[in-house]
Design a binder for this molecule. Structure first.
Ligand SMILES: Nc1ncnc2c1ncn2[C@@H]1O[C@H](COP(=O)(O)OP(=O)(O)O)[C@@H](O)[C@H]1O
Ligand SMILES: N[C@@H](CCOP(=O)(O)O)C(=O)O
Length: 303
């Protein structure tokens, strides 16, 4: 009977103008230790994980079972020990990480031999948008293009020479609720302007013109204008972070967390100053995870 570990990073989606398209993988992790045995058993070691009554109703088990069935395979029983440092419903991709956990669990236990593209396709179908799942599967900053019923195209950017600071409030905001405030349609003029902002943001990032990237990051027209009123301290966090040197600060995913891109080496200092102003927040400099989902049979896994 084998024993292995699946580690999935958190993610921050949208990054301003890349609604449902940009994702950044961050160094908070959901980790499953899997031991094959004759019966199912699920043990959760972290208080950040949602309660469950039986293994059959556990979200990760359900995704794994569904994935194995999709390929007409049985899912062998195992003991799952689950730990997580990803807060729930904060805009850091906890649901995407759980979806990937289920898919990777089926991939390993039922020997599905899934490619990155297949995992991305399956995970997007579950999550409804590819941005978080792409970042958590692939790692780094990932740009996706998704047209329903078509293959998802993606591109991973080279490493960003910046620090990332997250501002996590002590309140939840479900992604579905935060998507409900968005308009169904945009005019051609709105779409053209919003796309041009997004295009220039990516071009500036690739050119390492981080001041320009920060400016464009904060000019999103696809989702931030509609969500700003449901995100606590939206303007205050943006303004203060800018004052302390951030390139740009945006809503992380659907919120309520916000994320700032700041000059390399200044992350800790900005955390200190912002924490004084927003004492109820968990403010952290987070590493970018460049590896995405990892399966390991030894003890060398990310902290
Ligand atoms: N590790 C997990 N195990 C089971 N369910 C999870 C896990 N992580 C997230 N979820 C489910 O996803 C929900 C949060 O998803 P969502 O509202 O999309 O927020 P986000 O993905 O931004 O954290 C949780 O309330 C829970 O139902
Ligand atoms: N593009 C999605 C991203 C949701 O991310 P999450 O981390 O809040 O689940 C959106 O903006 O709704």
């Amino acid at each position: 009977m084998s024993k292995f570990t699946i580690t999935i990073p958190a993610s921050s989606a949208n990054i301003g103008p890349g609604f449902d398209s940009f994702g950044l993988s961050l160094g908070l992790y959901l980790r499953l230790t899997v031991e094959e045995q004759d019966t199912w058993e699920v043990k959760q070691l972290s208080n950040l994980l949602p309660a469950f009554d039986s293994y059959e109703n556990h979200f990760i088990y359900m995704i794994a079972e569904e994935t194995a069935n999709h390929f007409n395979k049985q899912l062998p029983a195992c003991k799952l020990t689950i730990e997580s440092s990803i807060p729930l419903a904060r805009g850091l991709g906890s649901s995407a990480s759980a979806v990937i956990a289920g898919i990777e669990l089926a991939n390993q236990l039922s020997h599905l031999d899934l490619s990155i593209s297949e995992k991305l396709q399956l995970a997007t179908a579950k999550e409804g948008h590819p941005d978080n799942v792409a970042a958590s599967i692939i790692g780094g900053f990932v740009v996706t293009a998704y047209t329903e019923n078509e293959t998802i195209h993606y591109c991973k950017l080279d490493s960003l020479d910046m620090d990332m600071v997250t501002f996590i409030p002590n309140v939840e905001l479900k992604t579905t609720a935060s998507r409900n405030v968005l308009p169904e349609q945009y005019s051609r003029k709105q779409a053209a302007i919003a796309s041009s902002i997004s295009n220039l943001f990516i071009a500036a990032l690739i050119n390492k013109q981080y001041d320009l990237a920060g400016e464009m990051m904060e000019k999103d027209l696809f989702h931030e204008p509609y969500r700003s009123s449901i995100i606590p301290n939206y303007l205050a966090i943006k303004q203060k972070a800018k004052q302390f040197g951030a390139y740009g600060t945006v809503i992380s995913g659907a919120g309520p967390t916000m994320i700032a891109f700041v000059p390399s080496g200044s992350g800790e200092q900005i955390v200190g100053k912002m924490q004084e102003l927003f004492p109820s927040y968990l403010i952290q400099k987070l590493e970018v995870d460049n590896d995405g989902v990892q399966v390991s049979t030894n003890k060398e896994v990310a902290e």
